[in-house]
Design a protein around this ligand. Structure first.
Ligand code: THU
Length: 127
């Protein structure tokens, strides 16, 4: 699995971030079960609570393109090493992740860090 490629796509997506309030750009790239890639960036709103995170944007893109299951997700911010999904995004990732979890990829000192999603949301709620 070429997670370096996934991370490069997350980096590209972060360049499209609309983050005039936080000045914290984030990009994400999802690898779907089909093998296709889907990108997302955060986009903020003057009514702050309506902000959409990069991960949820990428997942929405995957779902809109017919994916039902996610295999891996890379997250990147130029402002922070090891930029991990927020709590709300973790719950959304959970919806499309297998019970065995998926690989979550971040970057620390230019090296990839790979974690299993179940580490990030143990005891998750799922119907
Ligand atoms: N953000 C993401 O896009 N993903 C996360 O998991 C954490 C936070 C965005 C939301 C907001 O636009 C900015 O980063 C600062 O919180």
């Amino acid at each position: 699995m070429d997670y370096q490629f996934l991370m490069e796509k997350a980096k590209e997506a972060s360049k499209n971030s609309y983050s005039p309030y936080s000045h914290f750009p984030v990009g994400a790239c999802v690898l779907g079960k089909s093998g296709n890639y889907y990108y997302g960036c955060n986009f903020e709103n003057s009514s702050f609570g309506l902000t959409i995170c990069a991960e949820r944007n990428a997942i929405g893109n995957a779902i809109a393109n017919g994916e039902k299951e996610i295999k891996a997700l890379a997250v990147y911010s130029p402002n922070m090493d090891d930029c991990l999904p927020c709590g709300a995004c973790r719950q959304v990732i959970s919806e499309f992740s297998s019970d065995n979890g998926i690989d979550i990829i971040t970057e620390i000192d230019n090296c990839l860090k790979i974690r299993n999603f179940n580490e990030l949301l143990p005891g998750r709620f799922k119907l």
